[in-house]
Design a binder for this molecule. Structure first.
Ligand code: MRU
Length: 353
């Protein structure tokens, strides 16, 4: 059923990281070479690499690239300089908790590893590779659990997704799009509706591109059309990814997700969130506490080189994420299974990764 090679947005090869440049897809498939942690930080900020789990994987490699450039052989000096690397990477994007989770895991590994600085560096590379490999496995498990959680009827489902939570947004396979993939492979997918996802158009550009790679039937719609499609009986379930899930199940995802969830509830359509367990931030009691990134207004007033709005006299507000309340979510699908948002609390204290 699949007619393409798998997509891996982050690849470790020949002592450097290769990133698929997601700002150029689908027009151009290009790969950017990253050898320095500052360049990795820039790649995350400018969204050459994007999507919560992929950002986590990229940041882990960024930590290694920073570590290997540290000249100090004294352990304490090395760890102190590594903290500077971590801080630079933390400053890239505030919402996806996977970034902070991966950096913290790399720091914990460095602090907890005995031996020479050279040995520490080698262990950090292994840890980044492990984080990447685990994410791929996690996505496959999410795909399976998500498939089991989907409505049993009709046999062939029409699913709707928002943004891109696919292979490009993870180590590979995807979370929400992983569920879609698993449904497709199992013969349970009729069609995917992909919200175009203003303003960065991840749905139109990236989700559509991934579907085309695998022959998955995809219809791109503007997110303003989602409620209409639901009203016309064209959608059986919604599956989206997540950037951060608070302890009560409130979920931050790409701006526009919330209104899709409201529309789904109004039409009695189940709304699923698919994400690795590491996306749950038990430090935050509710979605109110999730930091929401605001990006440059140029994303709103310009597409490519075309200006959309009057040159002067207009103000802009460009939050990159919104929070869907737990009450609108049928289930959160992680690698541990699909659970109601209210059941998340029982996992508090069980560490991810
Ligand atoms: O701004 P982006 O493109 O990084 O936002 C991506 C999303 O909102 C995804 O839905 C989310 O990160 C989950 S990716 C598996």
């Amino acid at each position: 059923m699949s007619n393409s090679n798998p997509v891996y947005p982050v690849i470790w090869h020949d002592d450097r990281v290769l990133l698929i440049d997601q700002t150029r897809l689908p027009q151009e498939y290009t790969v950017v070479e990253i050898r320095h942690y500052e360049d990795m930080a820039a790649a995350i900020k400018t969204m050459i690499v994007r999507g919560a789990p992929a950002i986590g994987v990229a940041a882990a490699y960024g930590m290694y690239l920073g570590a290997r450039a540290i000249a100090a052989t004294d352990r304490q000096q090395f760890l102190s300089e590594l903290e500077t690397v971590a801080e630079t990477l933390r400053q890239t994007r505030p919402t996806a908790v996977n970034l902070f989770w991966a950096i913290a895991r790399m720091l914990k590994t460095a602090r907890g590893t005995l031996g020479s600085v050279d040995h520490l560096k080698a262990v950090l590379l292994e840890t980044a590779q492990t984080i990447q490999a685990e994410d791929l496995q996690t996505c496959r498990a999410i795909g399976e659990h998500g498939l089991n959680a989907l409505p049993k009827t009709p046999e062939k489902l029409r699913l709707l997704t928002h943004c891109n939570a696919g292979a490009l947004a993870t180590a590979g396979y995807g979370t929400a799009l992983g569920v879609v993939r698993s449904a497709w492979i199992a013969g349970r997918l009729e069609r995917l509706y992909a919200d175009e996802t203003r303003p960065r158009l991840q749905g139109a550009k990236l989700t559509a591109w991934e579907c085309v790679q695998e022959g998955i039937p995809v219809t791109v719609i503007a997110e303003g059309m989602a409620a209409h499609c639901m009203n016309r009986g064209m959608v059986d379930a919604v599956v989206v990814g997540a950037d951060r899930i608070a302890a009560n199940g409130d979920t931050a995802n790409k701006i526009g997700t919330y209104q899709v969830a409201i529309a789904a509830r109004a039409h009695g359509i189940p709304f699923f969130v698919a994400a690795p367990f590491s996306t749950v931030d038990f430090e935050l009691a509710s979605g109110r506490e999730i930091p929401i990134e605001e990006r440059d207004p140029v994303e709103l007033y310009q597409i490519g080189t075309t200006r959309l709005t009057p040159e002067r006299g207009v103000d802009y507000y460009n939050p990159a994420f919104d929070v869907t309340p737990a009450s609108l979510i049928a289930a959160i699908v992680t690698e541990r299974g699909a659970i109601a948002p209210g059941e998340l609390a029982q996992w508090r204290g069980v560490q991810a990764g």
